[in-house]
Each structure stands twice: as C-alpha cells, then as structure tokens.
Design a protein around this ligand. Structure first.
Ligand code: HEC
Length: 130
C-alpha cells in the first residue's frame, strides 16, 4: 500500500516537473513582462527604447521596419535568426551571448521557468494588423 502511494507520488512529481520544463504559464508570463515593458510595447506596434514585441514568436530578428536596430541585430536577422522558443530562451538568458553587439541592455537574470512563462505569454500576442 505505502509502496503504491510512493509510486503514485513519484509519477505525479515527474508529471508536474515535465510540465514545468515543457511549457510556461502565460499568466505568470504576463506579470513577468512588466520587466520588459519599460522598453517594449506589446499592446500596439509602437517603438519605445526597443522594438514592439507583437507576434515576436516566429518573427525574424530585426524585422520591425520602422525600428532602428543595432547592426548586430540586423546582421543576425539577415543571417536567418528567427525568434522561436529556443532562440528566445537563449536571448533572454543572455542577450549578449546570443547576439553579440546587441543594443539591448538587459542582463538576462531570468530563471528558466520565468523565461518559459514569458515565452508562453508572448505566444498569445498576435502580430499587429498589416
Ligand atoms: C533597457 C531596455 C530593454 C529591456 C528592459 C528589455 N529590452 Fe528587449 N530590446 C531592447 C532593445 C534596445 C532592443 C533592440 C536590440 C538591437 O537592435 O540590437 C531589444 C530587442 C529585443 C528582442 C529582439 C526583437 C526583434 O525584433 O528582433 C527581443 C525578442 C526582446 N528584446 C525581448 C525582450 C524581453 C522579453 C524583455 C523582458 C525580459 C526585454 N526584451 C527587456 C531593449 C530592452
């Protein structure tokens, strides 16, 4: 009986861990976005210090036409960098390592789960109407 319970607890733990790793929580991500919103707009396609982040998941790097990117970000985009989960994760952990020379002044002090939450939230925001 106790062994069965132990096994069940083990399975539950594994399951909750795998959801933690696999995908984030968009509601927590929305709250975490307060750390980005000083520089990034998400409700409308307007430029702040950084480019707007509407529809950023799946967007090629450096592709907001009226934003003046660093040469490094333009080159990354021209080289084929697209903001998928993996690349966003890497960029938010360490902007400077992922795009050396980027003008994004952000130190990437994010835990993995916080980054996953944030990406889950960014996915809920569509591209602006063209
Ligand atoms: C201090 C201002 C600042 C903060 C805070 C900041 N960013 Fe940025 N971000 C920028 C700037 C400036 C750029 C443009 C970088 C370049 O041209 O090299 C940028 C670029 C980006 C890009 C690339 C966009 C594109 O169109 O290629 C992403 C993605 C991004 N930021 C996400 C975030 C997220 C998510 C956060 C919050 C965790 C965040 N940033 C916090 C200033 C900031």
């Amino acid at each position: 009986m106790t062994r069965k319970l132990g096994l069940l607890t083990g399975i539950c733990l594994l399951l909750s861990m795998s959801t933690l790793w696999a995908d984030g929580d968009p509601e927590r991500g929305e709250r975490a976005f307060s750390k980005c919103s000083a520089c990034h707009s998400i409700e409308n396609p307007r430029t702040r210090m950084g480019p707007h982040l509407m529809g950023v998941v799946g967007r090629p790097a450096g592709s907001v036409v009226d934003y003046n990117y660093s040469q490094a970000m333009k080159d990354a985009g021209a080289g084929g960098l697209v903001w998928n989960d993996e690349k966003l994760h890497a960029f938010l952990s360490s902007p400077k390592k992922t795009v050396p020379g980027t003008s994004m002044r952000f130190f990437g002090l994010w835990s993995d789960s916080e980054i996953d939450d944030l990406i889950a939230y960014l996915k809920t925001v569509p591209l602006p109407p063209q």
